[in-house]
Design a protein around this ligand. Structure first.
Ligand code: KIV
Ligand code: ZN
Length: 512
């Protein structure tokens, strides 16, 4: 058996389905480039039939990445989905169609309302249709871990005959246990006569906190594709985290003895990029990449680490690309330094975009003593990935008070066409607090009345002058949008995050 494990990254599909992780087209392309740098073998770029936005994102990623990485489009096992998925991925240097169909009794009976025989036929028809487009076809048996093993074996045997080159055994609901999954994968690979013609893949959800453990157990049993996401984001409790799976394989090579194509020094940059894009900080105790993952508090540990880091560290921070928070730019840094930093952080920007980032970083350097990598990331998000907005804040002022005068906000908003201001509107509002006042003020100008479902502020770096990163989620008539922004003034960051969310909401409405 080959010792090569293929890493299939689904951050942009399953990951993006997690609440608050919605990404814009530009953000998805930026993340796809980072995944390429990480060295994943397959990027699942989205679910093209789900919406026009998803279709466009999958197509744009297919065109943007090199043929060193495969691009997969997800589709249900029905003709119109398969055709749409192909349409979206066909321009990729190395496209893949990933079709799925549930095989568990509960899904077949209640969700699909089909008999096992009908499901078998649908699976065969779907893979046969996909195989007319490409020889790179993956079939996933949704809820495989709760399916009858013999029925599953029959489905896989048939779809391999029809042209599936990868068969995926998802633990869709995060139910399976490591020893059970190990047995199941072995059973299927031993039992299916043509199993040698396909790569066996696993896709584990984390409902019981076992996604990574199950993935590793499956590799031990012979699975050679792992479906993961950066930082483990995904439906409900998330998916297996790519950084945990890869570092377990590397750190315990003595047990697993397999290889991947992942450049581990790109692990931390990938998690940081995702965190910047989705506006959610990496949790302190997150394995491998959390802020505390290499912090030693107790005196005994510190003493040991000083004498030999391997006393308490089973891997080095450098091996995952964690080189410390570098001070990068000062007030007097020139545009070359900023451009070099942008490139070092892995962004490919054109001259105009570099100019915008340079101006923003210089502006920040006037307000903030030290500028860190995280600040530059935040400015890139702010200036490059927000350029197709319908409106933006030109000016604002907010006053707080502890007396009987309520907090007041005033904003001047610019309405844009192709990025150029065409109209200006002003509003002044009293609120219950500064954030309430500025939110009401902006919503009044743009004529929206969304409910604020979630609001969080985190500091991007240490220090009282740190950028505050605000992440919000709004809802209006059943439509939801997230917004993010960062600024050294958290009220301003809150206002810009709302504007970002409102812009996204307008685009979602347009799409609908
Ligand atoms: O969890 C799951 O079963 C999935 C499939 C579409 C692979 O995400
Ligand atoms: Zn999934």
């Amino acid at each position: 058996m080959s010792d090569r494990v293929y890493v299939f990254d689904t951050t942009l599909r399953d990951g993006e389905q997690s609440p608050g992780a919605t990404m814009s087209l530009e953000e998805k392309i930026s993340m796809a480039h980072q995944l390429e740098a990480l060295g994943v073998d397959i990027i699942e770029a989205g679910f093209p039939i789900a919406s026009q936005g998803d279709f466009e994102a999958v197509r744009a990623i297919s065109r943007a990445v090199s043929d060193r990485v495969q691009v997969a489009g997800l589709c249900r096992a029905v003709p119109k989905d398969i055709d749409r998925a192909w349409e979206a991925v066909k321009d990729a240097g190395n496209p893949r169609i990933h079709t799925f169909l549930a095989t568990s009794d509960i899904h077949m009976k209640y969700k699909l309302q089909r008999t096992p025989e009908q499901v078998l036929e649908m699976a065969e028809a779907a893979v046969s249709r996909a195989a007319t487009y490409t020889s790179n076809v993956e079939f996933s048996a949704e809820d495989a871990s709760r399916s009858d093993w013999d029925f599953l074996a029959k489905v896989f045997e048939r779809v391999i005959d029809c042209g599936a080159t990868t068969v995926n055994v998802p633990d869709t609901v995060g139910y399976v246990q490591p020893f059970e999954y190990h047995e199941m994968i072995k059973y299927l690979m031993d039992r299916i006569p043509n199993s040698h013609k396909a790569v066996f893949s696993v896709h584990c959800h984390n409902d019981l906190g076992l996604a990574v453990a199950n993935t590793l157990a499956a590799i031990r049993a012979g699975a050679r594709q792992v479906e993961c996401t950066v930082s483990g984001i995904g439906e409900r409790a998330g998916n297996a985290a790519v950084e945990e799976v890869v570092m377990a394989l590397n750190t315990r090579k003595d047990i697993y003895d397999v290889t991947t194509n992942v450049d581990t020094t790109q692990i931390f940059p990938s998690c940081r990029r995702l965190s910047q894009i989705i506006g959610q900080p990496i949790p302190p105790y997150k394995a491998i990449v959390g802020p505390n993952a290499f912090a030693h508090e107790s005196g005994v540990h510190q003493d040991g680490v000083l004498k030999n880091p391997m006393t308490y560290e089973i891997m080095t921070p450098e091996s995952i690309g964690r080189t410390g928070t570098e001070m990068v730019i000062g007030k007097h840094s020139g545009s070359h330094a900023v451009k070099a930093k942008v490139r070092e952080l892995g962004y490919e920007l054109d001259e105009e975009q570099l100019g915008l980032v340079f101006e923003a970083v210089k502006g920040l350097a006037d307000k903030k003593e030290k500028i860190y990598d995280e600040d530059v990331h935040a400015m890139i998000m702010e200036k490059v990935f927000r350029k197709r907005d319908l409106f933006r804040i030109r000016d604002m002022s907010v006053s707080s008070s502890s007396g009987s005068v309520p907090p007041q906000a005033a904003v001047v908003m610019e309405f844009l066409q192709d990025g150029e201001p065409v109209e200006e509107k002003t509003n002044v509002v009293f609120g219950k607090g500064c954030v309430d006042a500025v939110f009401q003020c902006i919503c009044g100008v743009v004529g929206a009345a969304p409910k604020l479902e979630r609001y969080s502020v985190t500091a991007v770096t240490a220090g009282t002058d740190a950028l505050g990163q605000v992440s919000i989620r709004i809802e209006e008539n059943g439509l939801r949008a997230v917004g993010r922004s960062a600024d050294s003034d958290v009220i301003r960051a809150s206002a810009m995050a709302l504007v970002n969310a409102l812009n996204r909401l307008m685009k979602i409405k347009e799409e609908q």
